[in-house]
Every structure is written in C-alpha cells, then in structure tokens.
Design a protein around this ligand. Structure first.
Ligand SMILES: [Zn+2]
Length: 131
C-alpha cells in the first residue's frame, strides 16, 4: 500500500502543531484586544470539543478573523486525529493517497485533488454515487 513515509508524516505533523499554536496565539491576542478574553479558555480546547460545543462557541464570537482561525484550528485538530487513527493522508472520498505535494501546501486536506475539484465543481448534490 502506498503511504506517506515516517519522515513525511513527521514533517507535516510538526508543521501542523506549529501552525496550530500560532493560530491560537493570534486568536487569544485578538480576543484580549476586543475585551473577550473570557473566551480564551474555551478557544484553547476548540480542537477537541464536539461539534455542538464548537457551534456554541462560534456563535459567541463576532470577530471574523477569529472565526476563520478557529475553523483552521479545528481542521488541523481533525487531521491530527486522522494521524492518530492511521487514516491521515487518505482521501475521505475515494480512499486514495493524497499526494505529499498537496499535503505540504495544505496539511489538513481531507481529499485528494481530483475529488476536491469535483466537489467544488458540483456544489449541488451530485447525481453520481461513486465514480
Ligand atoms: Zn479522492
């Protein structure tokens, strides 16, 4: 089976951990500046909270840049969970390996390039099930 090498995986994991902590720092800064520091604790847990708790937190936050960053933190946390589960790097649509080039550009990518493009082209529900 075609998979990422240990080294490639370690590189991506490292990159995501750094990116996540940078995003969280940014988020805490913005929240402190806008007088919403009380959200900071929840924000630190955003990667591990359930969808409902996250939705509640997102509703409480009005800063667009924080919402965007939080979304990315959750994407990264989901990717880290896929690493832990051994599913990382496999397309969630077709199960093929997502190319290392794509993962380098977008480590939290869930889909391979062809599936992503197909999804973006067909925003309406696809009449095809499968390939
Ligand atoms: Zn795919």
């Amino acid at each position: 089976m075609n998979t990422l090498t240990e080294q490639q995986l370690a590189t991506l994991k490292d990159w995501m951990a750094q990116r996540k902590s940078r995003l969280l720092d940014e988020i805490r800064e913005v929240l402190a500046r806008s007088g919403n520091a009380h959200h900071a604790q929840q924000v630190s847990e955003v990667g591990s909270m359930g969808d409902e708790a996250a939705a509640r937190l997102f509703r409480d936050i009005s800063e667009a840049e924080v919402l965007r960053d939080l979304g990315e933190v959750r994407d990264i946390a989901a990717a880290e969970q896929r690493i832990a589960d051994g599913r990382y790097g496999l397309c969630t649509d077709c199960g093929e390996l997502v190319s290392f080039e794509r993962l380098k550009a977008y480590p939290s990518a869930k889909r391979c390039m062809p599936c992503q493009q197909r999804r973006e082209k067909t925003r309406a529900p696809s009449p095809y099930t499968g390939h």
